[in-house]
Design a protein around this ligand. Structure first.
Ligand code: HEM
Length: 496
């Protein structure tokens, strides 16, 4: 009896709360009506957010709004509106939405979820250091090739057998960023490596960036943190930050050592010292911010690049004819006696078309979630203060009206009759505007070098008894292809 009373009271309170907190959608971009009180929320239990947002765009156009729980979210599904919002009105829309599961986990620290001064200064500084790598003792390409060399050695042991290269690849890519940002590298067999790689990769699979849980204030915590892997992620974050504290101390001891390296952490600590010497007591360059910043860079820099390369390898296996064309272009322009250089790509339109098609098809980071701190307008529509703006990159990359057959993997769609590259304004894997990916050049170099390095040495095939790998994906913050195994056959070239 009492239980029934309690339940009825809870339901009534929830209803009153929902009724009094309905979003004010006056003047907002039009969109579906949905159910009373919750809108289209329950659709997100039936399909993943990216296909849901793209499906609604077919009916409601490239700029619409949809009620999800107690929020009316604005969805952008075209490059025109993405550029209008994130570039032309970038000052207003370069914020992150507050209240998402991801914003709770990232807590506004670091860079990807940071705001205002912390974000602006961290971003400017990080871009500056990334640019300077080319001018320092070691260029980005050298960092990449160092790890490519070890990766090729590791794969050598797997020739002729079914091989899931995911873990070795993640290890090598981690080593690139780890070396650049904190000055260390790990041996491939280092036992510390597995937890670092696992914990970084797991962070981005814990939540679906635009998924159901984001719009349910109470359920979002229960639903996210009840997962066993949430405890693991939480524990790993603490462990990782402790490790960065140790590294910061080691870097501080060596800061004036002329023999020290030129990594990101040193550059940050030098800037910190400079600002403190100038009497800037409110500097954002604190040890704590450094830990979160480096942690963010590893999270966003690892899984995205590994996933891109896994999509590349998956399509090589699925399409032997495409693999042959890539190899022919490679043989003519690079040969097999030296490692590729990033310069080589300008003479290789087919390869560029292939990588562009991977970025389109794979849409590695499918959603760019932004917010606006003040009420504003977009395309003449009212956008209330603190609306969530969902840039559906996947939806643009898979728009039938633009591509005709988006479901087919076809590098040729980016080549003209003379075999020259066609650049499309509708391919935006790194997003646009002031909040766009700041690791784009690094990611492009990594993708080209690793793809070419592997193709130079191996032919990719399907292991005996295995079926063709599927293009189905798991939708977290990134779109990950399902695990697959490859059969590597050596091309008998002396490379690496
Ligand atoms: C192929 C690989 C990658 C893809 C497809 C990718 C894509 C993206 C996308 C779509 C965003 C969101 C932009 C927005 O909200 O408008 C982003 C943000 C970001 N990416 Fe990447 N990324 C990749 C690799 C990297 C790498 C290697 C790094 C650095 C080590 C990196 C660092 C960042 C950072 C720091 C942000 C947040 C920027 C900000 O909030 O100001 N990314 N990336």
């Amino acid at each position: 009896m009492w239980l029934t009373v309690v339940l009825v009271v809870v339901v009534v309170l929830l209803l009153v709360y929902a009724v009094t907190h309905q979003p004010d959608d006056k003047g907002m971009p039009p969109g579906p009506k949905g159910l009373p009180l919750v809108g289209n929320l329950f659709d997100l239990l039936r399909e993943d957010s990216i296909t849901f947002f793209a499906r609604l765009a077919e009916k409601h156009g490239p700029l619409y709004s949809v009620q999800l729980g107690l929020r009316r979210v604005v969805v952008i599904n075209s490059s025109h509106w993405l550029t209008q919002a994130f570039v032309r009105q970038g000052d207003m829309f370069n914020h992150r939405p507050r209240g998402t599961v991801l914003s709770f986990i990232m807590g506004g620290k670091g860079i990807a979820d940071a705001e205002d001064r912390v974000w602006r200064e961290s971003r400017r500084f990080t871009l500056h250091v990334l640019r300077d790598f080319g001018l320092g003792k070691q260029s980005v390409e050298e960092f990449v090739n160092r790890e490519l060399h070890d990766f090729l050695e590791a794969t050598q042991k797997k020739i002729g057998q079914p091989y899931n290269l995911h873990y070795d690849l993640a290890t090598s890519v981690l080593n690139i960023v780890w070396h650049m940002f904190v000055g260390e590298r790990f041996a491939m067999e280092d036992k510390n490596l597995r937890w670092i790689v696992d914990s970084l990769e797991m962070s981005l699979t814990l939540v679906e960036q635009g998924g159901f849980l984001n719009y349910t204030p109470v359920l979002q915590f229960i639903g996210t943190f009840i997962k066993p892997k949430a405890f693991k992620v939480g524990y790993n974050v603490i462990h990782r930050l402790d490790y960065f504290t140790e590294l910061i101390e080691k870097h501080k001891v060596n800061l004036d050592n002329p023999e020290r390296g030129f990594d990101f952490m040193y550059q940050y600590l030098l800037e910190q010292r400079r600002q403190l010497q100038q009497g800037k007591t409110d500097t954002i360059f604190t040890d704590n911010q450094l830990k979160w910043l480096v942690s963010d860079l590893f999270i966003v820099g690892l899984d995205t690049t590994v996933t891109t390369l896994r999509w590349c390898f998956l399509f090589l296996i699925r399409h032997p004819e495409i693999q042959d064309k890539l190899y022919q272009e490679l043989e003519v322009n690079i040969g097999t006696d030296r490692l590729p250089t990033y310069e080589d790509r300008v003479r290789m339109p087919y390869t560029e078309a292939f990588i562009t098609e991977v970025f389109r098809y794979g849409s590695i980071t499918p959603l760019a979630m932004h917010g606006n701190p003040e009420e504003t307008t977009l395309g003449g529509y009212r956008i209330p203060k603190r609306t969530w703006i969902v840039g559906n990159i996947w939806g643009i990359h898979w728009d039938k009206k633009i591509w005709g057959d988006p479901e087919n993997f076809r590098p040729e769609r980016f080549l003209d009759d003379d075999g020259q590259i066609i650049r499309s304004e509708h391919v935006l894997p790194f997003s646009v505007g002031r909040r766009n990916c700041l690791g784009e050049s690094l990611a492009r170099i990594e993708t080209f070098q690793f793809l070419m390095g592997m193709l130079q040495k191996y032919e990719f095939g399907i292991p005996v008894g295995h079926s063709r790998p599927t293009t189905k994906f798991n939708c977290g913050v990134t779109l990950n292809p399902c695990e697959f195994e490859v059969l590597l056959t050596e091309r008998f070239a002396k490379v690496g």
